[in-house]
Design a binder for this molecule. Structure first.
Ligand code: SAM
Length: 330
């Protein structure tokens, strides 16, 4: 079977599947706080069939996300089923989850046992009170810290902690996160804030850029850059004494669209070829109509061929994408 490739010649090897758009956190930069789930969840068999068809087209990596993926209890079984999928050359897929970590303490070991390889935990503050103000959940920090530690104990490594920085809001946490990376033995990655929120919060001024993070972290301890792969989104750094890794994902100040290898499936089974797509493509409708795997393959190829060349963040031509982050799957 020919591998998926878009019209710009980019091989598509990375699939993100949102298994719900419900979330137990209401992070103030992501959600209005009044809006709930907007789209349906599908039965896991449907996601599994889509994942299998994608794997047959050269997908090598699946990241399970949401909404909050751990809110669906059968996620452990879904991981176990997905772990049986094989790449075109017969290897197991690289299987990861992105989670807010609130329910991870209990699920880390079962997920590992089911075949999960890695987990990325989202955390936007290292101070419990600040964490509560951002997430609008009072006991979140302790739960997430327990989740991070349980994931490490279970061997879900390297463990990445993703932090979205907003100026004047949590950028004073940068050095705290540097210490957190060193103390907890995790990779902390700072993500530039993108215009994907339910409300209008984004402005170019609120984005804390890669360059700024480097300068502010260097005031704590010097960072040395370490090599990163071409399709890797993060620039990687290690502290000068070799303890603690920091990554910076800079889609706004240093876009990496030219090396993008990703497509996304929303919780209701639609393909999104870019976070900033103005349309989704209803793969699940092909299944509902009784389409065969070959029909799905033809649909996926056509959609992926037309993947957007790049995003237009900060440009006058920027148009608000048709879904916000929590309803796409980050
Ligand atoms: N609930 C899971 C979690 O918290 O990781 C998965 C979904 S969440 C939408 C995925 C990631 O997107 C989180 O790390 C969140 O901070 C990030 N995110 C949300 N809105 C964002 C934005 N506008 N720009 C950049 N990242 C964003």
């Amino acid at each position: 079977m020919e591998r998926l490739i878009d019209k710009f010649g980019r091989p598509i090897t990375d699939l993100r599947i949102a298994i719900t758009d419900r979330c137990n956190y209401k992070c103030v930069y992501c959600r209005t706080g009044t809006q709930g789930a907007l789209y349906a969840d599908l039965p896991f068999d449907d996601y599994l069939r889509m994942a299998r068809v994608f794997a047959g087209l050269g997908i090598e990596k699946i990241r399970i996300t949401g909404g909050e993926p751990l809110l669906r209890h059968e996620v452990v079984d879904f991981v176990a089923q997905s772990a049986r999928l094989r790449t075109l050359d017969g290897r197991p897929l690289d299987l990861a989850i992105t989670t807010n970590g609130h329910l991870l303490a209990e699920l880390a070991q079962p997920l590992k046992d089911a075949g999960l390889q890695r987990v990325t935990v989202s955390m936007d503050a290292v101070e419990p009170q600040r964490f509560a103000r951002i997430t609008r959940v009072s006991n979140g920090f302790e739960a997430v810290l327990a989740g991070v530690r349980a994931a490490k104990r279970a061997g879900l490594e390297p463990l990445k902690v993703n932090c979205v920085l907003l100026r004047g809001f949590n950028d004073d946490q940068i050095v705290g996160f540097g210490k957190f990376a060193r103390d907890e033995g995790v990779i902390v990655r700072f993500i530039e804030f993108m215009p994907l929120e339910e409300d209008r919060v984004w402005s170019p001024e609120i984005v804390v850029t890669l360059q700024e993070v480097l300068v502010r972290m260097a005031a704590f301890r010097p960072l040395m850059e370490i090599p990163h792969g071409r399709s890797e989104t993060a620039r990687r750094y290690r502290f000068d004494d070799g303890i603690g890794e920091i990554g910076i994902v800079a889609p706004v100040s240093q876009p990496f669209c030219g090396a993008c290898s990703r497509v996304r499936l929303t919780s209701d089974g639609k393909i999104r070829t870019c976070l900033f797509s103005l349309f989704d493509h209803d793969l699940h409708a092909v299944m509902r109509r009784g389409g065969s795997d070959d029909d799905m393959v033809a649909f996926i190829r056509k959609v992926v061929a037309h993947k957007e060349e790049r995003h237009h963040i900060g440009e006058p031509s920027f148009e608000k994408p048709s879904r916000s982050m929590v309803h796409i799957g980050g």
